[in-house]
Design a protein around this ligand. Sequence first.
Ligand code: PEP
Ligand code: MN
Length: 366
Amino acid sequence: MADNKLDIIPLYEWGMFTEPRPSVVAGPCSAETEEQVMETAKGLRDMGINVYRAGIWKPRTHPGCFEGIGPEGLKWLKRAKEEYGLKVATEVASEKHVVECLKYGVDLVWIGARTTANPFLVQEIADALKGTDIPVLVKNPVNADLDLWIGALERLNGAGIKKIGVIHRGFSTFDKIKYRNEPQWQVAIELRNRYPELPFFVDPSHMGGSKEYIREISQRSLDLGFEGLMIESHCNPSVALSDAKQQLTPDELSDLLYKQVVVKDKDSDSPEWKENIDQLRAKIDVIDENILYALASRMNVSRQIGEYKKSNNVAILQMSRWDKVFAKVIAKGNEYGLPDEFIKAIYSAVHETSVEIQNQVISDNS
Ligand code: PEP
Ligand code: MN
C-alpha cells in the first residue's frame, strides 16, 4: 500500500522547541516523589531544558516492579510547570491516561513502544485526543515494523492531531547485543526518507540501556540529522525506582549537551552542503555496518556447511551450485540496477573466502 500523506505541523511551530538542534525532552524515567520531581525539574530548568518528561504510568516487564505513581504525580508535574515555567510531558497508553493528562494540563504526550505495537490502543488514544492540539510523539513499536509505526501516525492524524513526531528508541531483540534495544538505523532512515518533514527524536536512554552509551548514540543521531533527543535524567539516578542504570544527573546531561556532543555548525562557509554531506555519510556508515554484518553472517553459514560436508564426506567445491548462485545474484543485482561486472567481482571474492573457510574446517579437525 502506498504511504498516505501526513498533515504535520513543523516542530518549531509547536511552541516549545526552538532551533538549533537538538531539541531536548529530559526528565526521570518515573515520577517517584514530589521532591524528586521538583528537584530534577529545577536542575534541568537551570541547565536550559524547556520540556520536562516523567513517566506516571510505567509499562513494566514483570509485575511487582514499580508501575508508576499514577495521577498523583500529575499534580507534581503541574507544580513543576507552574514554578519553573517548564512544558511537561508524559506517556499515555489508554483513554483514561489521556483524560487525566488533559485534566492536569500536560503539554505533550508520547506513546510508548509497547503501546505503538497495539493498533486498538493507539486508536483509543487518538480518539481521546480528538479536538485537542496537544503534540504527540510516537515511539517506534518494540518490533521493527515500519508500517505499524506509520499506522500509528495515520491514526493520530485521522483524529485531527497534526503536531505529531516520532521517537526512535530501538527494537527488542533476543540476541545479546551491547545496547538494550537494537538501533536498526536503517528503519529510522527509511522513515525519514518517506516523511522528511516529520519531527524526529532519538531516545539514547532506552536504546542504550546504560549511561555509558548515551553520548555515542546522541552523536550518531545528530550526525544523521535528527532534530531531537529524549534523555532520561534523575536528580539521584542510583536510587531511581526504574531504569536506574541509564539515567543521567542534570549536570551530566549538561556536560553531554554542551561539552560532549558536536552539533554541526550551520553557519560555516557552505552550511547546506556540509550538513547534507554529513548526513549522507552517516547514512553510508549505517549501510556499511549492515553490509559487514550480512557478510559475516554469510561466512558463518559457510562454516556450518563446511562442517556438514565434512561429516557427510562430501567435496567442498561443487561448481554446479556456484554457477546457480552466480546466475541468481546477477539476475537479482540487475533488478536493483547493479552492473554484472560489479556483482561478479563481489561474488568471486565471497566465493573465494567461503571456499577458504570450508577448507579450514576440513583441515582443522583432520
Ligand atoms: C519511557 O520512555 O519511559 C519508556 C517506557 O520507554 P519505551 O516505551 O521506549 O520503552
Ligand atoms: Mn525508562
